[in-house]
Design a protein around this ligand. Structure first.
Ligand code: ZN
Length: 330
């Protein structure tokens, strides 16, 4: 009897402990599971979760080549996205011609089923983010190898032979560069564009009348080789978590001072003998951190994204802002 009671007590303690144990610690990092997927989930297109913690069902793949675009870094297999983003990228590639942009060199979109990635990008998880090089497409078709190895051109000026975060290279940042960013920002479904602060500052200078689209162009670290286009939650994706509306134009002095005096300000030298600051490593995202639908997305049978064109017809056109944008200041 006593022995049975002891066994029962031990059993209940064990149950109690497993109940307390965080469920995620037993799971592999979600990036390993999503990063291993080679094809999209054969499900109706839908986004689950947020840009930095989510996944996408029914993603389709941007073709490597189109009349007005070329996809880059093909080995990464990250040219998948929600069909609305694919439609938007194609539309931008065509509309770019009207502002003197020869065509898009398309960087990363999303993995076949979205989710966290094994390398780079905190966002790009929901099939709603696209990186576009700040280099126009060349007229020739690039080879696979060139698409792996070719580098984009930075828009930053150099100081003592090094890129400086304080100054834009205004000979490189042409009217067409401003034009392609403006064109993307004018799409109704585009909610944010990330560019380097020097680019944002230049656009604020060029557009003193503060057209509505300029609000969507947000200063961000990096983003001087490429800009990042983010669309809002697509219609019908009720599981998609929208982001906050942008708070202000971001052209004001306080914002610019933050970037150029604080974020890129002079580095303070550590006091002699001071301990280096502790850098806490971010915990990997586990499946239990993602919306539960992402499990179904992960285990669904695959599609190779080849039905792109039939699906896309449902998402055309992207639609422009009705008011014409003011001309840039000379
Ligand atoms: Zn990006």
């Amino acid at each position: 009897m006593v022995r049975r009671l002891v066994a029962l007590a031990a059993f209940s303690i064990l149950i109690g402990l497993t109940g307390l144990m965080p469920a995620h610690s037993a799971e592999p990092a979600a990036k390993r599971l999503f990063g291993a997927k080679k094809d999209g989930a054969a499900m109706p297109a839908a986004v689950f979760g947020s840009y930095a913690k989510g996944c996408v069902a029914g993603a389709i793949k941007l073709e490597n080549d189109g009349p007005t675009w070329q996809a880059m870094r093909l080995s990464r297999n990250r040219h998948w996205a929600h069909p609305e983003l694919i439609a938007t990228v194609k539309q931008l590639s065509r509309d770019g011609k009207k502002v003197g942009w020869n065509g898009l060199m398309v960087g990363d979109l999303t993995q076949p089923r979205g989710g966290p990635m094994l390398s780079g990008h905190a966002s790009h998880q929901a099939g709603l983010d696209a990186d576009v090089w700040l280099t126009p497409m060349p007229n020739k078709r690039l080879t696979y190898k060139e698409r792996e190895q070719l580098s984009a051109t930075s828009m930053l000026a150099t100081r003592n032979g090094k890129l400086t975060n304080h100054k834009l290279n205004t000979r490189r940042f042409t009217k067409a560069h401003a034009g392609i960013i403006r064109t993307a920002a004018q799409y109704r479904n585009v909610e944010r564009i990330f560019v380097h602060p020097t680019i944002k500052r230049e656009l604020c200078r060029q557009f003193p009348k503060r057209p509505a689209w300029l609000k969507k162009v947000r200063a961000q670290f990096g983003h001087h080789y490429h800009f990042h286009v983010r669309i809002g939650c697509p219609k019908g994706s009720s599981g998609c978590k929208p982001q906050r509306a942008v708070p202000s134009y971001g052209c004001d002095k306080a914002t610019m001072d933050y970037w150029f005096k604080v974020a890129y300000g002079p580095r303070r030298k550590p006091k002699p003998g001071a301990k280096p600051p502790k850098i806490r490593k971010k915990r990997d995202i586990r499946m239990s951190d993602l919306p539960r639908q992402c499990r179904a997305v992960l285990t669904a049978s695959g599609n190779l994204g080849s039905q792109a064109n039939t699906v896309l017809s449902a998402y055309q056109p992207v639609g422009r802002v009705a008011t014409p944008s003011p001309r840039p200041k000379k």
